[in-house]
Every structure is written in structure tokens, then in C-alpha cells.
Design a protein around this ligand. Structure first.
Ligand code: 9UX
Length: 70
């Protein structure tokens, strides 16, 4: 298992936090997600044999947010 923290731009309320959490939890290979507004970031635990960081960036962007300096 591997852990990665991604800085996220565009989240302004707890609804955004929920949205980001939901899309990340839906990514295959992700085992746990902790998203916070302050600081605006997502801590993701995942199986690096199944998924790479780029999939997280894609999921976050598809949900309408941005990943800063991945
Ligand atoms: Mo809050 Mo976020 O009303 O996209 S859900 S701003």
C-alpha cells in the first residue's frame, strides 16, 4: 500500500470535499481517502500495482477541481 497527498484547487465547501471523496473512492485500487478543506488536499491510500497517481488527478479534474503541481 502506498500513500499520496495531492493539493487540490477549487474546493470551497464541505460539499466539494464530499464530491472529491466520492470520486476518489470510486477509483479502482484505492483503499482509503481523506479529503480536507483546510488545507485543501486529499490523502489517498492505494495499491500501486493497481492504480497510479495520474488516475487520481483525472478523477479530480473530471469532478471539476484541479490538482496543483501534482
Ligand atoms: Mo459547495 Mo463545491 O456549495 O463544488 S459543493 S462549492
Amino acid at each position: 500500500m502506498q500513500t499520496r497527498v495531492l493539493k487540490i484547487a477549487g474546493m470551497s465547501c464541505d460539499g466539494c470535499v464530499s464530491s472529491v471523496t466520492t470520486v476518489l473512492e470510486a477509483v479502482e485500487g484505492v483503499s482509503s481517502v481523506k479529503v480536507t478543506l483546510q488545507p485543501a488536499e486529499a490523502k489517498i491510500e492505494f495499491d500501486s500495482d493497481k492504480v497510479q497517481v495520474d488516475a487520481f488527478r483525472q478523477a479530480i479534474e473530471d469532478a471539476g477541481f484541479d490538482v496543483i503541481d501534482k
